[in-house]
Design a protein around this ligand. Structure first.
Ligand code: ZN
Length: 299
């Protein structure tokens, strides 16, 4: 076998990537879409004390105060390093993140939480159902995607909250709203962000997609018997909640990057302000559920 510099170079690089991943105690990537989701994204201010710190394909939001910060979603295991880097790029300290919360406990939104908790020392808070999953690091049995998802890195010291019970860090007040359906413990978040006298109602929306592992039926599930009622409750929340700026766990669902482009080009400086966005989100999700239930009815 002859020595081939390119082949051997590639092999050495591959080994280096694998070894680097192993040294960090992480897999190089977690899924087929993960490299795209985890594409680096420079962090930026959305409005007031609210910043985007996630990779390009998965939202992670930092809400800051002089007495400490709140972080929503940790994304993939391999996103944690990137999120921590983005927080520093903005001039904040990761160690000042005092509270980490989550939309839902799938590996693409909660996979990086254990690592981010280690880096920051922050408290992690979750709904009762989600907290159980985070503590064990196993996908919950009532999850429509149970059996088709990888486990999570278990998270220590998870506290729980009730629907609508506000949480406080310094002057930040952030309120969880249970929006189940995609998972039984799904949570959306609201808070107010101001620039001078101008204040907006911010909404971070959990996923509302009725997707499942093969064989699961939303119309007939022993593990998740009230899935449809849960979705209805979630849609009703989005139809009623005051909503000026909507951010979704997958940013493109709320047209996030189109809005940013309009703002950056100066075409629409207030492109993120859209009081109809939550209603539109609920309408779209309601239609997706209708189609899913219709297809289950034909099976
Ligand atoms: Zn999910």
């Amino acid at each position: 076998m002859s020595w081939h510099p390119i082949k051997h170079g590639v092999f050495a690089c591959l080994l280096a990537v694998i070894c680097y991943g192993m040294a960090l105690g992480q897999k190089a990537t977690s899924c087929a879409n993960c490299v795209t989701w985890n594409k680096a994204q420079p962090p930026f201010r959305i409005f007031g004390n609210t910043y985007y710190v996630g990779p390009h394909g998965l939202s992670s939001i930092l809400i800051t105060s002089p007495a400490g910060h709140v972080l929503i979603d940790g994304d993939l295991p391999e996103s944690a390093r990137l999120i921590a880097g983005n927080i520093r790029l903005l001039g904040f300290r990761v160690e000042d993140v005092k509270l980490i919360v989550n939309s839902h406990v799938h590996f693409d939104h909660a996979g990086g939480i254990a690592d981010l908790q280690r880096r920051s020392g922050a408290q992690v808070a979750a709904s009762k159902w989600s907290a159980e999953v985070l503590r064990k690091g196993e996908v919950g049995k009532g999850d429509p995607q149970y059996g088709s998802l990888p486990p999570l890195a278990a998270v220590k010291n998870v506290t729980t909250f009730h629907d609508g019970e506000s949480l406080h860090v310094g002057e930040i007040t952030i309120t969880p709203h249970l929006t189940p359906g995609h998972t039984p413990g799904g949570t959306s978040w609201t808070w107010k962000t101001c620039e001078g006298a101008v204040c907006y109602n911010m909404v971070y929306a959990d996923s509302l997609n009725p997707i499942s592992a093969p064989g699961f039926r939303f119309t007939k599930s022993r593990e998740y018997p009230h899935a449809i009622e849960d979705f209805e409750k979630s849609f009703a929340f989005f139809e009623a909640t005051p909503c000026d700026v909507l951010i979704t766990a997958h940013p493109e669902v709320s047209g996030f990057w189109d809005r940013l482009a309009l703002r950056e080009k100066g075409v629409k400086p207030d492109a993120f302000i859209d009081s109809g966005a939550c209603h539109k989100l609920a309408e779209g999700a309601r239609e997706k559920l209708r189609q899913r239930l219709e297809s289950e009815g034909k099976q």
